[in-house]
Design a protein around this ligand. Structure first.
Ligand SMILES: [Zn+2]
Length: 500
């Protein structure tokens, strides 16, 4: 997630100035503040158990809470300070708990870890992506609405609930639009749901919804003992809350992460990172063979001359990178349209350049397991991003085309590009791209240089597929080049797959 860097403590104070009780003239908000115990609430801590999914990075893109992607969080505890923080870098929200990561077939048993979701005052005042985590809580919503300018609030009835919407002051999306946060109050004046939208490179205006139910009065504050979060309509987090304390005495301690463990005796501390940032790597098209180019720049795409059009493999992890890839492809293969862009798999670090490909007029080719969800994700409104696709008038629909397990593309010039579904635990819709004339195999997220034990399982399953398919290759081209970059061969792949 991007965080814009402008921010001051003062901004946070402005966003968040309702500390002592609601002054709102809107009766529904005042009633909710009283009913929820928010009038005197300046901070809260609550605890229970939770499950955290992997939105945009799951094996099945439509199931962020799938068995290999869901992390169980025991002793989940979250603390929120609604008052201005002592310093801009002090935490205003901290969630933590010991984790039981998912078991992934072919990977070593996971070791328990620690969940950490920390938000500083600077982060909460710098962008809605972080701030929404505070203002979409039931108490944060009531406080935000109570503090909103009355003429910015709308009120309506829906299904027996009162629906209140307001725009948070001071935070604007990259396109310059105000955000909107909407809360639903039941007939007890309890917040049952809060929804908002935030910019996302794949989804555009990403809907983020929190559902709150099974309220209990815990120490004088109304707390939903059941919390569920959905992003783009997909369940991404849920929690069962067992305890809560309003205005905890030990707030500072609760909001202070433990100091990092001291290095063991005799272990030299890590050297400081070099001060000067490295220049961004050059984006250039390197020829692999006639009409076949590798587009570099710390991410490897391919541009292939299909005679009457260009086929691009992968448009990268951002709108900017997507635009660079489109431009580099058209420079390498002039006067032809980019008609197709292959998406290796729909993880957001490989799908965030697709909007630029759609803006270019290309059709996205992805494995059929991804097609319905990817189509839906790319189809939504884009009023917040200000990206290339948001500037296209008359946007096309049906921009994603499903490909089967094996899809051979033949250009009018005889160029052959083979797309192969490779089965693995990382993504159930992963395509590898084989260029028979160049004897080159392009893959994403199959790490053959110093793979971790978990990555080794993916290498082995993909190599097994490639051998089964009898793909005769010399050159192995990874989307994420090794650091330092070097050409990889079949021998590197075989050695990695055989390593213990
Ligand atoms: Zn991935």
């Amino acid at each position: 997630m991007l965080l814009r860097t402008f921010s001051t403590a003062a901004l946070f104070v402005t966003v968040l100035s309702t500390v002592a009780g609601a002054q709102t003239p809107i009766p529904a908000i005042a009633a909710a503040s009283k009913a929820m115990g928010v009038d005197t609430l300046t901070s809260i801590t609550y605890s229970g158990t939770a499950r955290n999914g992997s939105f945009g990075q799951s094996k099945s893109i439509g199931d962020p809470m799938g068995p290999v992607n869901v992390t169980q969080i025991n002793a989940y505890i979250r603390t929120i300070n609604f008052a201005p923080p002592a310093t801009p870098d002090a935490l205003v929200s901290r969630a933590t708990g010991t984790t039981v990561p998912p078991t992934v077939p072919g990977a070593p048993s996971p070791t328990p870890g620690v969940f950490n979701q920390n938000i500083t005052g600077t982060q909460a005042s710098g962008g809605w992506t972080q701030a929404l985590n505070i203002w979409t809580t039931p108490w944060g919503f009531v406080k935000g609405a109570a503090n909103a300018a009355p003429n910015s609030i709308t009120l309506r009835q829906e299904g027996g609930q009162q629906v209140i919407a307001y725009s948070p002051a001071n935070l604007k999306s990259p396109s310059g639009q105000a955000y909107l946060v909407t809360g639903y109050l039941d007939n007890q004046n309890l917040v049952t749901k809060v929804e908002t939208r935030v910019e996302n490179a794949v989804v555009g205006d990403l809907p983020v919804v929190f559902e709150y139910s099974n309220y209990q009065n815990l120490n004088g504050v109304q707390v939903p003992t059941r919390i569920a979060q959905r992003q783009a309509g997909l369940l991404t987090f849920d929690a069962n809350i067992m305890a809560a304390t309003p205005n905890p005495q030990n707030l500072t301690q609760l909001l202070t992460p433990p100091a990092p463990a001291a290095p063991a005796a005799g272990v030299a501390p890590q050297p400081a990172a070099p001060a000067a940032p490295a220049a961004p790597p050059a984006v250039e098209a390197q020829m692999l063979g006639p009409g076949a180019f590798k587009i570099t720049g710390n991410y490897t795409s391919l541009a292939l001359d299909m005679g009457d059009h260009i086929l691009v493999v992968e448009s990268g992890g951002s709108d900017a990178r997507g635009l660079e890839v489109m431009a580099a492809a058209k420079r390498a293969i002039p006067n032809k349209p980019v008609r197709f862009v292959v998406n290796s798999h729909p993880h957001f670090d490989h799908a965030s350049g697709l909007a630029a490909a759609v803006a270019e007029g290309a059709t996205i080719l992805t494995h059929r397991n991804n097609e319905p969800v990817l189509e839906q994700l790319l189809a939504g409104p884009r009023t917040l991003t200000g990206d290339s696709l948001s500037k296209v008038t008359n946007r096309r629909t049906n921009v994603v085309e499903a490909v089967a397990d094996r899809d051979v593309r033949r250009g009018t010039n005889g160029k052959v590009v083979e797309l192969h579904h490779v089965v693995n635990e990382h993504s159930d819709g992963m395509l590898a791209v084989y260029l028979p004339a160049e004897k080159a195999l392009w893959t994403a997220d199959v790490t053959v240089v110093n793979p971790t034990p978990a990555q080794l399982g993916i290498v082995r399953s993909v190599v097994q597929e490639v051998n089964r398919l009898n793909l005769d290759y010399n050159s192995w081209i990874p989307a994420h080049p090794p650091n330092p970059d070097r050409p990889l061969t079949k021998a590197d792949v075989t050695a990695a797959a055989g390593a213990n």
